[in-house]
Design a protein around this ligand. Structure first.
Ligand code: HEC
Length: 141
């Protein structure tokens, strides 16, 4: 018998070996509920609030808005002109910068540029968050 003739047989054999244990598992509702029970219940023992839980409770999930980040980090310079920062809403200051292309603005905001600090001092801002903040900063120009 040629080897290629045996392949379907081998596949059938292999499949029966793979699927056999799953038939043996207890699929009763109670057994399934026990298997998928949340691991987190361990943390609730004794009412101890872990650092992980409080972080989850305080921080909303997902990225922060550009507006929120601007008002937290960028406003110190871009609303005052500190360190020579171009003011938000100043068309004259922003037009030649925007003319470089938005990607350059985002690159400079992310990596830093002269007196402009990297990520505008928001060390834990993601690249997407910085890009959204640049959009907010130049909005309306
Ligand atoms: C410590 C002050 C300071 C903070 C905080 C700051 N910037 Fe700046 N930023 C500057 C200065 C100064 C410049 C001008 C740099 C230059 O052109 O030499 C600048 C320039 C920029 C530019 C223009 C870059 C270019 O290519 O012309 C962008 C975009 C920018 N900042 C975004 C941000 C964002 C977004 C934040 C907050 C996440 C932020 N900045 C926070 C000081 C600051």
């Amino acid at each position: 018998m040629h080897l290629s003739n045996r392949i379907p047989l081998l596949i059938t054999l292999a499949m029966s070996l793979i699927s056999a244990p799953s038939f043996a598992q207890d699929l009763s509702e109670a057994a399934v509920a026990k298997r998928i029970a949340p691991v987190g219940s361990v943390y609730l023992d004794g009412g101890i609030v872990t650092a992980q839980q409080s972080t989850v409770a305080d921080e909303p999930a997902g990225p922060r808005t550009g507006e929120k980040i601007y008002n937290t980090y960028c406003v110190a310079c871009h609303a005052t002109g500190a360190a020579g920062a171009p003011l938000k809403g100043n068309v004259q200051a922003w037009q030649p910068r925007i003319a470089q292309g938005k990607n350059i603005l985002i690159k400079h905001a992310t990596e830093g540029f002269n007196a402009m600090p990297a990520r505008g001092t928001c060390a834990d801002c993601s690249d997407d968050e910085i890009a959204a903040t640049v959009e907010f900063l130049i909005q309306g120009i």
